[in-house]
Design a protein around this ligand. Structure first.
Ligand SMILES: Nc1nc2c(ncn2[C@@H]2O[C@H](COP(=O)(O)OP(=O)(O)O)[C@@H](O)[C@H]2O)c(=O)[nH]1
Ligand SMILES: [Mg+2]
Length: 327
């Protein structure tokens, strides 16, 4: 495959999901425009109640930037990104927050592995430099991040540092083969998991991170969104690693069954007669449930395997797409 290694930034689209970001949206656009003067910039507005839409629109127009404000009626960052990926055509997609927390100046470093065809998704990692720990003043977020990171690395045998970063660059192949099924802030975790599951190449680049400027508030609510993240992990296991999910359930049922069976075995060993009849019934019921759960896990594991084969074939056969895209 011929790869043009120098970047033509007119092939880049910058995607900025923005919900009530009137304080920071203009400067975010200006910063990315300064770095990538020919790139298209799309702001995805989700019913913002402040002046985000108007400010974004006039900033884009004043600077003569290609792109525009795309409106999405369904609330949520996942929905916004889905809209962007459906509508925006580009070879390289840059995703960032519209809140000035990520350094636009580092965008070249994030694009580079894509241009050199070393990665399908590049993630701006906030943790390696210690910036996130320093700037983020919400301890629960640190804890939630660490928990998810640990679980993902364990279950997918990965060594990722920042699973939930909102600063990312994708190639077209990744974007056009990523079905977005989540609606809210689970989107970052979901993107990472999708990439791991489909064996896309992920490269993490340490970036600086600063907290939001005064007067600008995060849309992330620690508890509901944290709970959603944990729930997402459970779902992911159910979908991507059903044998682990149902296998664990099955083993738990099996252990419960054995526990209930102990007095029954004891009866039989001592007296060749069973006194604990209800326990014996319970033990066999639990045993059957355990085996059924394991069976469900095995069946779903096969389904996942077949689905992976199908999407692998889809990637291979995507000739049209590849001819249309340089990266
Ligand atoms: N379009 C859209 N953007 C959103 C929504 N919620 C958050 N965002 C944007 O997504 C980015 C990340 O949200 P933010 O509140 O900064 O989350 P944090 O960085 O994790 O604290 C910001 O640019 C938000 O404006 C939403 O419902 N719709
Ligand atoms: Mg943010």
């Amino acid at each position: 495959m011929s790869k043009n290694q120098s970047l033509d930034d007119s092939q880049v689209a910058v995607i900025l999901p923005a919900y009530n970001e009137e304080v920071t949206i203009a400067e975010t656009i200006e910063e990315f425009h300064r770095e990538l003067p020919n790139a298209a910039i799309y702001v995805i507005d989700n019913n913002s109640k402040d002046r985000t839409q108007a400010i974004a629109d006039s900033t884009l127009r004043t600077l003569g930037i290609e792109g525009g404000v795309i409106f999405e009626g369904r609330q949520g960052k996942g929905n916004a990104l889905r809209r962007a990926f459906l509508e925006v055509d580009a070879d390289i997609y840059v995703l960032a927050d519209a809140d000035l927390t990520y350094p636009a100046s580092r965008v070249h470093d994030l694009i580079d592995p894509i241009v050199r065809n070393r990665a399908d998704m590049v993630v701006g990692d906030r943790h390696s430099g210690g910036h996130y720990a320093q700037e983020n003043d919400r301890p629960l977020h640190g804890f939630g991040n660490a928990l998810v990171q640990h679980m993902v690395n364990r279950f997918f045998r990965a060594k990722l540092v920042d699973i939930m970063s909102g600063y990312r660059v994708f190639n077209r192949r990744f974007v056009k083969s990523y079905p977005i099924m989540v609606e809210g802030f689970q989107i970052e975790t979901d993107m990472t998991l999708h990439a791991l599951h489909q064996r896309f190449r992920i490269v993490e680049i340490p970036v600086e991170y600063k907290d939001r400027p005064q007067g600008s508030v995060s849309k992330l609510q620690t508890l509901p969104d944290g709970a959603r993240v944990v729930f997402t992990i459970a779902q992911i296991l159910r979908y991507y690693r059903p044998l682990i999910f149902f296998g664990t359930l099955g083993v738990l049922f099996g252990l419960a069954s054995l526990l209930c069976a102990l007095p029954v075995f004891d009866d039989w060993a001592r007296e060749r007669y069973i006194h604990h009849v209800p326990l014996a019934i319970l033990a066999s019921a639990l045993g059957i449930v355990a085996i059924m759960t394991l069976g469900v896990g095995l069946i779903l594991d096969t389904v996942v395997h077949m689905e992976r084969m199908a999407s692998e074939l889809h990637l291979l056969n995507d000739g049209e797409e590849r001819r249309a895209s340089r990266y």
